[in-house]
Design a protein around this ligand. Structure first.
Ligand code: IPE
Ligand code: IPE
Ligand code: MG
Length: 239
């Protein structure tokens, strides 16, 4: 799968792998005079809607950026609230996603994650391991730089000779070792930055930014992003 996805110049009108930076929960809440955590609750609820829309659009892999390694730097009350919301959602939503044939994967570190949430994530991954529908990669406690540091450490531990290290090998040491690179990276809430998301894997991805905050991002917005992707000319450095 990995090699196939990296064939240069390969184009398809429908992106096979879409990655979303789910941003703007806080602003969504603020606009409604609600606490930020209400925005995070609405954001987590929206994942289900977009999973269904991806399946309908023929997308076979979706990666969602849910919590970055830098998000630990937010106030403790917000971090704790987010952990509780994710734990609650993973217990509530996993069954439904499993019934729909979705395969759930975790991309990121497990350190610092509360034990009950670690267990909930592991249970979701185990339960859905053999599903053949959409693959949903949950980028949680994820940071692109941390991922590269972790890969370098493991390469050293495995005693790989410098001459043997090439791009394919580095890719195989990332959390996303067996996943195709994202074709399309969508960011909601109007920012135009990666914020440490898939910095290696998205080297040749197409980018799409929408002003809509994540909780409001719906099926039509996904279609607009996919349509924009279909009009792009991917060149991979060639003519
Ligand atoms: C994205 O929404 C969710 C996380 C980063 C956990 P934000 O919380 O960043 O929302 P804004 O950017 O403050 O509006
Ligand atoms: C990126 O959003 C992380 C997630 C969506 C999980 P942030 O809100 O943390 O990014 P910055 O701080 O605006 O760059
Ligand atoms: Mg933000």
């Amino acid at each position: 799968m990995v090699t196939e996805a990296r064939i240069e110049g390969e184009t398809s009108l429908v992106p096979r792998h879409v990655a979303i930076i789910m941003d703007g929960n806080g602003r969504w809440a603020q606009k409604r005079h609600l606490p930020r955590l209400a925005g995070h609750r609405a954001g987590v609820r929206n994942i289900h809607r977009i999973v269904r829309a991806c399946v309908d659009a023929g997308i076979f892999m979706l990666t969602v950026y849910a919590f970055s390694t830098e998000n630990w730097g937010r106030p403790e009350s917000e971090v704790n609230g987010l952990m509780a919301i994710f734990a609650d959602a993973s217990e509530r939503e996993t069954r439904q996603l499993h019934a729909n044939g979705v395969r759930i994967r975790h991309v990121g570190r497990m350190d610092r994650v509360p034990r009950h949430l670690q267990q909930a994530i592991q249970t979701a991954v185990e339960l859905t391991r053999n599903n053949s529908g959409l693959t949903l990669n949950f980028a949680f406690n994820y940071g692109g730089r941390a991922e590269i540091v972790d890969a370098m450490k493991r390469i050293m531990v495995d005693g790989i000779a410098p001459d043997l290290i090439d791009e394919d090998m580095v890719s195989r040491y990332l959390y996303t070792a067996d996943l195709p690179d994202p074709d399309l990276v969508i960011r909601t809430a109007g920012e135009m930055r990666l914020s440490n998301f898939l910095i290696w894997q998205a080297a040749y991805s197409e980018y799409y930014s929408t002003p809509k905050p994540w909780p409001d991002f719906d099926e039509e917005d996904l279609h607009a992003a996919v349509e924009s992707y279909a009009s792009r000319h991917r060149k991979f450095g060639k003519l």
